[in-house]
Design a binder for this molecule. Structure first.
Ligand code: FES
Length: 159
């Protein structure tokens, strides 16, 4: 069902964990399955003085594919300029994993959304201009996360 690559990332995820004092955090959740993903970024500059993703880590509470897609998205985004990182698509993730079962394609959206939210967070905190598409995406993601938090609030309180 899963490719060898997916299982490799699942068993030995890259960039797992969080970053102390990150420059941006992306928190996303999926309304249907309830999986949650957090991505942390540190922003630096390349030789051309462009902003790049210097470091990136993730924490995922979810399925095998959610873990593998988080792991691979951090590999793909690391070292890229923010603009290039924002151009990453779910197809890039699915391709890097050698494919995903159709029913698990939505997990790759979650990884892309977590990355774009981390960049959104960085741009907002640093009062930089936000591309329209990113702003629109952020509003949708924010609403989904609110629904999930509301759904699990009793569970979270008990902890
Ligand atoms: S089943 Fe929901 S992210 Fe994988």
């Amino acid at each position: 069902m899963y490719t060898k690559k997916v299982m490799e990332h699942f068993k030995n995820p890259h960039n797992l964990g969080n970053i102390k004092n990150p420059d941006g955090i992306g928190k996303v959740g999926n309304l249907v399955c309830g999986d949650v993903m957090h991505i942390y970024i540190k922003v630096g500059e390349n030789k051309k003085k462009e902003k790049i993703i210097k470091d990136i880590k993730f924490e995922t509470f979810g399925c095998v594919a959610a873990l593998a897609t988080s792991s691979v998205v951090t590999d793909l985004a690391k070292g890229k300029t923010l603009n290039k990182a924002l151009e990453l698509k779910k197809d890039d993730i699915v391709k890097s994993l050698g494919g995903l079962p159709q029913i698990k394609i939505h997990c790759s959206f979650l990884a892309i959304d977590a990355l774009s939210e981390a960049i959104y967070d960085y741009l907002t905190k640093n009062k930089k201009s936000i591309p329209k598409k990113l702003e629109k995406n952020h509003e949708i993601i924010k609403k989904e996360l609110e629904v999930i938090e509301e759904r699990y609030k009793d569970l979270l309180k008990k902890k």
